[in-house]
Design a protein around this ligand. Structure first.
Ligand SMILES: *Cc1c(COP(=O)(O)O)cnc(C)c1O
Length: 426
């Protein structure tokens, strides 16, 4: 069976297929660079696993307290080695990325301390954690204050505003690498390094946490290579490689990670407790696969930007910019177009392909959100997914794809649904 024939069965028209092929021809050299990047990152992960002498015995399940869990401890060593940090906390007891960041922030901020975001408003769910939007148990409730320096209109750091915002009270600085649900640029590791150097130049003792969600393995260095004290993220995004069914990680200095462990479990218990419940094979194997999964997702993002930009939609990043995360924002301009785009992504899924995504309320978000995902792991956004808050500019945030081939099909189907609905024209 040939490709056109099977795509026709799946609802992709000849015209959409041909447009996709024409776009692909322009992307050869970029795809080669992504593969080269993945090769470096694959070796980074392999080296860490070999150095820590991972053997089959390290996949064994532990229960109860999980004392002396060698598999868990070695996995944390593997993460620490890949991120070049002294220590790491990688656990199924960290329920998601927001939880990982909550642990990192609340462990390293005490009453009277101030948290600073030098990159504007943080990700939606973090706003309630901090108390920017009031919430039970926010940092604000515990007497931690918050300040922010907005980005300049062009998306660059406003160093004067940052200088003015850093004070004696500033204890921790939070930097979000990926744009999240905003249409600002995502930052490169090099840019984050410059920002950290500037902040530490003003206040050498300040700690820096980087929200690394969606950024892992996009580059061959991580924010921990350029001065971050903690890098934090979710295992149902990049580093879980699609196999981790839950979890989060915090890699960083011993000083910071020890505090995180005590906050996650209990003072005095720290990193010593936390049974792995049999989840380690997925964590290890997912981390092993993550560099190539991220490469496939990056190809999908670049393909989507090239396709949609060519049809007149604003894309962030645009089709030719370097990539700093796996997210592709496409400004679709209307709720109807968001629905059509998401319907196409959903229709391409291996699971729940028959479902129709509709906007709804989500905990932690202040506008309705539409989500298309037919994932093996619920809510996993390293799997092919598209989502976005239903508010102007009606941008859909597209990400993931465990394989490049699946990402491509999803994007072609999204365009097909847009065309069928009269919302885009070739
Ligand atoms: C996904 C995400 C988070 C939160 O992670 P969850 O696992 O959804 O809780 C935080 N920051 C950014 C930039 C993200 O993309």
């Amino acid at each position: 069976m040939d490709l056109l024939e099977i795509y026709a069965q799946m609802g992709v028209s000849r015209a959409v297929y041909d447009r996709g092929e024409a776009v692909l021809e322009t992307l050869e050299s970029r795809f080669r660079a992504i593969d080269r990047n993945a090769e470096v990152n694959q070796a980074r992960v392999l080296l860490a696993m070999q150095k820590n002498r991972i053997g089959a015995q390290h996949f064994a399940a532990t229960t109860g307290y999980g004392y002396d869990d060698d598999g868990r401890e070695r996995l944390e060593r593997v993460y620490a080695d890949v991120f070049h940090t002294e220590s790491a906390l990688v656990r199924p007891q960290i329920t998601c990325g927001t939880h990982a960041m909550t642990v990192a922030l609340s462990a390293n901020l005490l009453p009277g301390d101030e948290l600073l975001s030098p990159v504007g408003l943080p990700y939606d769910t973090l706003q309630e954690v901090i108390g920017i939007r009031p919430s039970l148990c926010s940092l604000a409730e515990y007497g931690v204050t918050y300040r922010q320096a907005d980005l300049k209109p062009d998306g660059s750091f406003d160093y004067e505003a940052i200088r003015a915002a850093i004070s004696e009270k500033t204890r921790l600085i939070t930097i979000q690498r990926s744009k999240g649900y905003a249409t600002r640029p995502s930052f490169s590791v090099a840019q984050i390094g410059e920002l950290i150097a500037f902040c530490k130049g003003l206040r050498p003792d300040v700690k820096v946490m980087v929200d690394n969600c969606y950024g892992e393995f996009v580059d061959v260095v991580e924010p921990s290579d350029v001065g971050a004290d903690m890098v934090v993220g979710s295992l149902i995004k990049n580093p879980g490689g699609g196999l981790a069914p839950i979890g989060g990680y915090i890699c960083g200095t011993e000083e910071c990670v020890d505090r995180c462990a005590c906050r996650l479990s209990a003072p005095g218990l720290g990193q010593e407790v936390g049974a792995n419940l049999g989840i380690l094979p997925a964590f290890y194997q997912g981390f092993f696969l993550a560099p190539t999964v991220v490469a496939g997702a990056l190809k999908g993002a670049i393909f989507a930007a090239s396709l949609y930009e060519g049809l007149g939609f604003r894309c962030v990043p645009n089709a030719s910019e370097p990539r700093n995360d796996i997210i592709q924002a496409v400004e679709l301009g209307s709720e109807a177009a968001m629905l059509a785009f998401c319907a196409g992504i959903q229709a391409a899924a291996p699971v729940d392909s028959f479902a129709a995504p509709v906007p709804g309320d989500m905990p932690g978000y202040d506008s309705q959100v539409i989500m298309a995902a037919g994932a093996f792991v619920q809510g996993s956004s390293i799997e092919l997914s598209a989502d976005g808050p239903v508010r102007p500019p009606y941008a859909v945030y597209f990400q993931g794809g465990l394989t490049w081939q699946h990402a491509k099909l999803g994007i072609l189907l999204s365009l097909q649904k847009m065309i069928d609905g009269g919302l885009a024209a070739l």
